[in-house]
Write a protein that binds this ligand. Structure first.
Ligand code: 6PG
Length: 232
């Protein structure tokens, strides 16, 4: 695991954008495509804006496929739907075509939406799901994607996608499991702020702990953090 510390969230985001673009260039050169899993939450908005403006001409965006690590079970035009934010900040400005976008169909019943999402991704990868790059955030309770402490998804060790009811939010989410995320070639967390100090510490100190779900993420993992999250 690689912890990359920056003075400010803005600096962390700029460095992450450089890494995403470099990884995309490599993947496109090697195999002609780049499979990028986006994250929801608020931290990535600036990243997406940067990618769609400063980096608009840096890579061939027609070779990039987009996925979402987790989705809120609300209609696609609802303000909470992660894909809506991704469309507004990244996909629409880049004129990405619908064939390149894999988002959750929340018109289906929860379990069916998870199954349908997995099936579409599996078909895209011809049965061998391997994302090139996964972006993740982390909450103050150490959840990542929608793998929240105390939910069944923490104990799901198969690489899959599931519907999960999050009691404290009183709502359903659809999320990749940690085992599926861990199949990604690159994984980068974007996490900022002093309210996440304890979670960050617990995750670093307890690898593989279901109490701190972000610690279930392993492989080629980098953390793009600001000094506040380190308690500095
Ligand atoms: C979501 C997420 C979630 C998020 C964290 C951090 O849909 O809410 O994907 O895992 O990344 O809650 O969110 P912030 O960046 O807004 O703190």
């Amino acid at each position: 695991m690689n912890i990359l510390k920056f003075e400010s969230p803005q600096n962390a985001i700029e460095a992450l954008a450089v890494h995403v673009i470099a990884s995309a260039k490599d993947a496109i050169q090697q195999k002609g495509s780049f499979n990028l899993v986006l994250t929801g939450g608020s931290s990535p908005k600036v990243l997406y804006h940067l990618l769609s403006t400063t980096y608009k001409y840096a890579i061939d965006w027609t070779k990039v496929f987009f996925f979402i690590g987790d989705e809120r079970y609300v209609p696609a035009d609802h303000a909470d739907y992660n894909g809506k934010m991704a469309r507004e900040t990244l996909l629409s400005p880049l004129n990405i075509s619908e064939e390149q976008i894999f988002f959750v169909n929340t018109t289906l019943q929860q379990d069916q939406a998870a199954y349908d999402y997995y099936e579409r991704i599996d078909a895209h990868f011809k049965g061998n799901i391997t994302f090139d790059y996964t972006l993740l955030g982390m909450g103050a309770d150490a959840h990542t994607a929608s793998i929240f402490p105390g939910t069944d998804l923490c104990q799901e060790f198969r690489p899959t996608i599931a519907a999960v009811f999050v009691e404290k939010l009183d709502s359903w989410r659809i999320s990749l499991s940690a085992a599926l995320i861990n199949k990604s070639q690159n994984i980068s967390f974007l996490a900022f702020g002093k309210e996440k100090v304890e979670a960050f510490k617990s995750v670093q100190e307890n690898p593989g702990s279901i109490e701190f779900p972000a610690s279930l993420i392993e492989g080629n993992v980098s953390w793009y953090v600001d000094s506040a999250i380190l308690g500095e």
